[in-house]
Write a protein that binds this ligand. Structure first.
Ligand code: MTE
Length: 310
């Protein structure tokens, strides 16, 4: 049985396809209340479902879209759903700059031309020790990287979220102001081999529905083996660099947040354990898996001291 319409659906053709969206959503919701995810995929296993365990149930659409971190819209988990309604995700442009042969400003539609959107069910593990299982739609970031032809000097990529204080109330509070939260725009980064890894995706939707504003519409990163804050939302800029880029959370608090931020049950957060997590919708805590269970990425870090480079 399929959870999603697993036909390969180009972005442009599922925009506004209300019937598809509704049917998929209802099917997904119905299934998420019934059997565990693992068995759901036994008839048409998608590439990465082998990483899901038998007790990994999909979170509901309601959970995924109402319990969010998106500080541009406020600091409480319910703020993004409440305060992102007047954000305009379309039209959208993505600027690609820095150490590439072909810097370019893409319209979203032209960026996605020729790229097929795939279904990928991944866990998202937040640094606050909760997690969800989310049926994303997206494509490997490597497809975009190949389009712009990075120079050999490009070793890292920095990502930047849109800055629109008039639509994002959290951005009106400047850093260092009394109630200020973060410096804007939010930035994140990956090493080039992490960015090229086939598990790293740019997501445009989930549950067969275009991304809602609170989840990072219209385009966000998903890096399933890293803590959730690496999965930057509403991206407008991608910059190829020769040095490790600044990232928002390590700029604010380098003692607690470092560049790599790989999910690692053996390295605790300075203020709490990372050995266990609570799946949203469940009451008990489960053990956290190394690299969030995506062990095939271990080779990217061979020989590195992951306690030092946490
Ligand atoms: N991206 C931006 N621009 N701003 C944010 O505050 N929060 C991060 C990440 N991406 C955040 C962001 C954090 S801490 C997490 S856990 C995930 O988004 C949450 O994604 P979700 O709300 O879709 O579950």
């Amino acid at each position: 049985m399929k959870i999603l319409n697993s036909e390969i659906t180009p972005y442009s053709s599922y925009i506004n396809r209300r019937k598809f969206i509704k049917n998929t959503l209802l099917t997904s919701l119905a299934i998420s209340f019934s059997k565990p995810l693992f068995s759901k995929h036994s008839e048409s296993p998608s590439t990465y479902n082998k990483f899901l365990e038998e007790n990994d149930n999909l979170n509901t659409y309601h959970e995924i879209t109402n319990y969010n971190n998106f500080y541009e819209f406020g600091t409480s988990k319910s703020d993004p759903a409440k305060y992102s309604q007047s954000f305009k995700p379309l039209p959208w442009q993505l600027a690609v700059e820095g150490l590439v042969e072909k810097p370019k400003i893409f319209d979203l539609e032209s960026l996605l031309k020729g790229i097929t959107i795939e279904d990928r069910v991944y866990r998202l593990r937040c640094v606050e020790a909760w997690s969800m299982v989310i049926p994303w739609q997206g494509f490997s970031l490597s497809k975009l990287i190949e389009k712009v032809k990075p120079l050999s000097s490009a070793k890292y990529i920095q990502f930047e979220t849109v800055y629109r204080p008039e639509e994002m109330p959290g951005q009106k509070k400047l850093f260092n102001e009394i109630r200020g939260i973060l410096p804007w725009p939010y930035v994140e980064g990956l090493r080039m081999d992490e960015a090229m890894h086939p598990l790293t995706i740019l997501s445009t939707g989930m549950y067969g529905h275009n991304l809602l504003n609170q989840n990072g519409a219209p385009l966000r990163l998903v890096v399933p083996w890293k803590y959730g804050f690496k999965s930057i939302k509403s991206i407008v800029k991608i910059r190829f660099m020769d040095k490790e880029p600044n990232t928002t959370w390590s700029d604010v608090n380098p003692y607690e947040y470092a560049f790599y931020s790989n999910v690692n049950p053996q390295v605790d957060h300075k203020r709490w354990t990372q050995a266990t997590e609570r799946r949203i919708g469940e009451f008990y805590r489960r053990p956290t898996l190394m690299f969030n269970g995506y062990e095939e990425v271990a080779e990217l870090y061979k020989g590195m001291d992951l306690k030092k480079y946490f």
